[in-house]
Design a binder for this molecule. Structure first.
Ligand code: CP
Ligand code: NVA
Length: 332
């Protein structure tokens, strides 16, 4: 079997296709065990700290419940309340936490921070989202696709529509390139992923059989999609001033019933990492509605609530996949 013990989980770039398959299989196995009531704790006596410099519902709760299910103890540190980044450097914080804890989760801004935590702490570090990457999300997205599509990953047509240079788009492209998918980013040219990352993924694709397409053309981009995926138009940490420009750029790229029909696949599934602006009945949503007159942003309520949507299975799978990452890297 595979040994991922003591490895960091900073980006899927660091993992082979076999290792990613192993994590996905382990997640499915842990999910079955939890449902059957036969889960064995493999993290007992472990102490885990989860650091969040940005907000979170799914990722935080998944790390906490996954740890508790597996017998570990958890400390949550939020954007305020610790010395990190204010009085104390990341390197010093990492060395302290590494003496006290067996594993560290980090969500924040710069990918360099999660890399430094890994370099200095001496314990496994897990990336719970940075500006550049969101690798635990991709495991949940792929597992969910597998559960619904029942076909090998390298036969999936996986289409991401929207802001093509955010953390989720980057992370999906890396994962898809590793696993050999037909992967497409459908976005306006101003929101294409970086040339450097596309180049790296195309190189991976040569080995895996993946096909990486970046296109502004919706019809060509979504045809035959097995998975249609979108994410918010403005990510955490971006200034409020970008909303207007993003809405103008991305309005045409909203996932709606018309776009679903353009896949010509009756069995297409809709995925979204969440949170989603499918109606605008939230604090930020209401502000957007007031300012721009929209009723939905990246996905319509009809699609979000409709029969193709698997978004809550996907959200649940954050728990099982994050558990797999912790068990594989830290488990007994
Ligand atoms: N998908 C995701 O990471 O959600 P949270 O921001 O709620 O953790
Ligand atoms: N791209 C989004 C993902 C949230 C899970 C963000 O970074 O805000």
């Amino acid at each position: 079997a595979f040994n991922l013990r003591n490895r960091n989980f900073l980006t899927l770039m660091d993992f082979s296709a076999k290792e990613i398959h192993y994590l996905l299989d382990l997640a499915a196995e842990l999910k079955r065990a939890k449902y059957a009531g036969t889960e064995q704790p493999r993290l007992s006596k472990k102490n885990i700290v989860i650091l969040f410099e940005k907000d979170s519902t799914r990722t935080r709760c998944s790390f906490e419940v996954a740890a508790l299910d597996q017998g570990a103890h958890v400390t949550y540190l939020g954007p305020t309340g610790s010395q990190m980044g204010k009085k104390e450097s990341i390197a010093d914080t990492a060395r302290v936490l590494g003496r006290i804890y067996d594993g560290i989760e980090y969500r924040g801004f710069d990918q360099k921070v999660v890399e430094d935590l890994a370099a200095y702490s001496g314990v496994p570090v897990w990336n719970g989202l940075t500006d550049a990457d969101h690798p635990t999300q991709v495991l949940a997205d792929f597992l969910t696709a597998q559960e619904h599509l029942h076909k090998p990953y390298n036969q999936m047509v996986f289409v991401y529509v929207g802001d093509g240079r955010n953390n989720v788009a980057n992370a999906l492209m890396i994962g898809a390139a590793k696993l050999g998918m037909d992967f497409r980013i459908v976005a306006p040219e101003g929101l294409f992923p970086s040339d450097r990352l596309v180049e790296q993924c195309r190189q991976l694709a040569e080995g895996s059989g993946a096909k990486i397409t970046i296109t502004p053309d919706i019809a060509a981009g979504v045809v035959n999609a097995d998975v249609l995926y979108t994410d918010v138009w403005v990510s955490m940490g971006e200034p409020d001033a970008v909303w207007e420009q993003r809405i103008n750029l991305l309005q045409l790229y909203q996932v709606n019933s018309r776009m679903l029909a353009m896949t010509y696949n009756q069995n297409v599934i809709f995925e979204h990492c969440l949170p989603a602006f499918h109606d605008l009945n939230t604090q930020i949503g209401k502000e957007i509605h007031r300012k721009f007159g929209l009723t939905a942003m990246e996905v319509t309520d009809e699609v979000f609530e409709g029969p193709h949507s698997v978004v809550f299975d996907e959200a649940e799978n954050r728990l099982h996949t994050i558990k797999a990452v912790m068990v594989a890297t830290l488990g007994n």
